[in-house]
Write a protein that binds this ligand. Sequence first.
Ligand SMILES: *Cc1c(COP(=O)(O)O)cnc(C)c1O
Length: 403
Amino acid sequence: MTTAPVTKEQLAIHGGTPVRKTLLPYGRQLIDEQDIQAVVDVLRSDWLTTGPRVGEFEEAFAAWVGAKHAVSFSSGTAALHAAAFAAGLKPGDEAITSPMTFAATANCVLYQGATPVFADLSPDTLNLDPEQAAARVTARTKAILPVDYAGHPADLDAILKLADRHGLVVIEDACHALGAEYRGRKVGSLAHMTVFSFHPVKHLTTGEGGMVTTNDAGLAEVLRRFRNHGISSEARQRQSAGQSHYEMVLLGFNYRLTDIGCALGLQQLKKLDRNLARRREIAARYTTEFRKVPGVIPPSVRPDVNPAWHLYPIQVDRARLKGDRGMVFRALRAENIGVNVHYIPVHYHPYYRERFGYRGGEFPIAEAAYERLISLPIFHGMSDHDLEDVIAAVSKVTNHYAN
Ligand SMILES: *Cc1c(COP(=O)(O)O)cnc(C)c1O
C-alpha cells in the first residue's frame, strides 16, 4: 500500500493534520463565577423550587423581551406543550408549522391530539412561507407555529395578518431567537405566545428550561396552571396566606422550573446583551469570509430583521464543488470542527412518515435545503482562535473539493 506524503493542506480525513487538536462543538454554554455563586446561594436557602427566584426570573425576562407576562417551564418542549394547550388545540384541530425545525415544535401539537400540518419555506430564510401557510388553512386550522430558524425572525406581520383573517392563535417558536429583532421590535411580544428554550446550547441557559411570553393575562393564567398540575394557586402563595386548601381546575403537568434554574437564568440574563453582541460579531465575520469562499453559501438576512444567531447554517453549493454535503461534513468533522445538520425535516422522521404517510417530495424547498445545510459552530463563549479555526477549516475543505 502506498501513502501520499502528508502535507499541511492535506485533509485530516485523508490522513493530514487536523486544523484543531480538539473538537470545537457547534454550541455550548458559558458559565462564570457569579452564575455558580447564585446557584450555590439557592442550595443554601429554603426554596429549591416554587420559591422567590421563579417570579424574579420571569419578571426580569418579560421586561427584557418587552412582554407583559413570562411563564417559566422545565424545558422549551414543556413550554411548547403548554402553549399548544393554552391555544385550545384539541383532537380534530390542525396547526400549521415549518418542517425545518426540531421535532418538538410539531410534537406539541400531537401532545394535544391535534394534527400538525407542514407548509414549505421561503428559500432565503428557510422560515415558514406565509403564502404556503395560507394555502394550508382549512376549517379545522386553529393555530400557526412559525419557527425563527437559526435566530432569523419569521415573517411575523404576514403570519399575524393571516391568523387575524382566520381567527388563529400564533405560537412563535423562538427557541433560536432570544434577542432577535423584527422590524425594530424584539421577539417576545409579537405573537400571541412566544416560546423560548434554555437548553445549554441556547443564548441563555438554566440547565434545562423554557419560557412562554405573552401580553394576554388570560393566557398567562392558563399557562401557570398547566405547568402546576392544573392547580389554581401555588404552594408559596398558600403558605404565606396560611391556607392548605387548593383546587385542581384543569388537567396539567408538573412542568415547573426550579429556583436553582431560575437563579442561574437571572444571572445569565444580565450577560445576554454582551453574549448576543458576540454571536452577531461571529456571524458577521463568517459572512464576510464565506462570501469569498466558492462552494459555500452563507445564510441570508432580510433587511428588516436583526437575527439572534443561535445557528450559523451555511449551504454547500453543489454546482461549485466535487463533493456533496456529506463529504464536506465528514471532512470538517475530521478537522475537529463540530459541524451539525439543522434540521432533518420533521416529516422525514420515521414516526411522521409512518403516522402520516409522508414519502418525501411534499416540501421541495425544505428538502432541497436539507441536502445542502451544515451548521458551523457558533456560541458566545467562542474565542477568536476558535473562529479562525472554523474559517481555516472551511477554506481548506472547500478548496480541496472545488471543481
Ligand atoms: C431547543 C429547541 C426546542 C426545545 O427546547 P428544549 O428546551 O430542548 O425542550 C424546541 N424548538 C426549537 C426550534 C429548538 O431549537
